[in-house]
Write a protein that binds this ligand. Sequence first.
Ligand SMILES: [Fe+2]
Length: 354
Amino acid sequence: MAQVLGLGITHYPMLAGADTYMANLLKSTLKDPDIPADRKEFSNWPGLAQREWGDDEGTSAAAAHRAQLLAGLTRCREALDEFRPDLVVVWGDDQYENFREEVIPSFCVLAYDDTDVEAFAVLEKLKVPNAWGLPMDTSFRMRGMPDFAKQLTADVITSGVDIAYSYEQRKGIHFPHAFANTQIFLDYDHVGKEFPYPIVPIAVNCYGEHVIARRGGMARFAEINAGERLDPPGPSPARCFELGRAVGRSVRASDKRVALVASSSWSHAFLNDKDWHLRPDSESDRRLYDALVAGDHDTWLKVTTRDIVDAGQHEMLNWFCLLGAMSELGMELEWSDFVQTEILNSNKVFAVYR
Ligand SMILES: [Fe+2]
């Protein structure tokens, strides 16, 4: 009989970098000439932002943030080891990595064989050294489970949610970092070594109208104000919930022990246009976190694509998938934590469902 564990984690790229670089996204944002000077002025920042920035431009806050994130990751890894999964299914976003102008699928199962993954490809691009002091060309093996991935795809399509699938990753580009970092962070003390569990990634088009327009990343206000050529939206939050339900049904019908993982931070400062990319929308995050803790899925189901984009919560679509599966399978939240930050780009949430 199938057994399921649910987890929510982050794939925050800067956690793989050294502390002195963790506030780099904000430092870069502060150089955007089209952000009003009074918004950039330190003395006008909220109290938490001022405390985090401190007198070392966030380096001490980065160490404290890392400690909080590692505590959450350790808790999730312990739950994983105790559960002993046959495989781990991960919902993550593709940020203009595997999927580009040729095709942007709303959902895509990556039915790959074992894959060699460059651990620090994103950091290299950002010119940030890794937190472990490892060679920057360190790679690791991500084990796949293509037969399971194909069955999952077939089941989900048969139950009424169309989903794409891929047998080969794009050449000439790093493996999508949402999935790479999920393995790295769940195996934080053994980067580059063998991870005990195969991974089946499900890519979700979280970036929607910004996936090609902003290449799944940051934009300057000059470009935004000049009128972006927005892309069609990603799948709606409710549709992601439906996909999660369909994945839950497929998993239930298997004879496997499956960990289902939502991999993403919550509101991202660099996507939160209304606050000039200076901070995440913590109010919106708190509202959804409170609902998550209360098991109140109705509040989540009322969220629209517009709400998500306006709050810079694009990547939370991964969590809508997880909640759909947890709802379908009647699973309960056993433990969670909300890690707030003003200056380190995004709030992060950890969750364990049994
Ligand atoms: Fe991401």
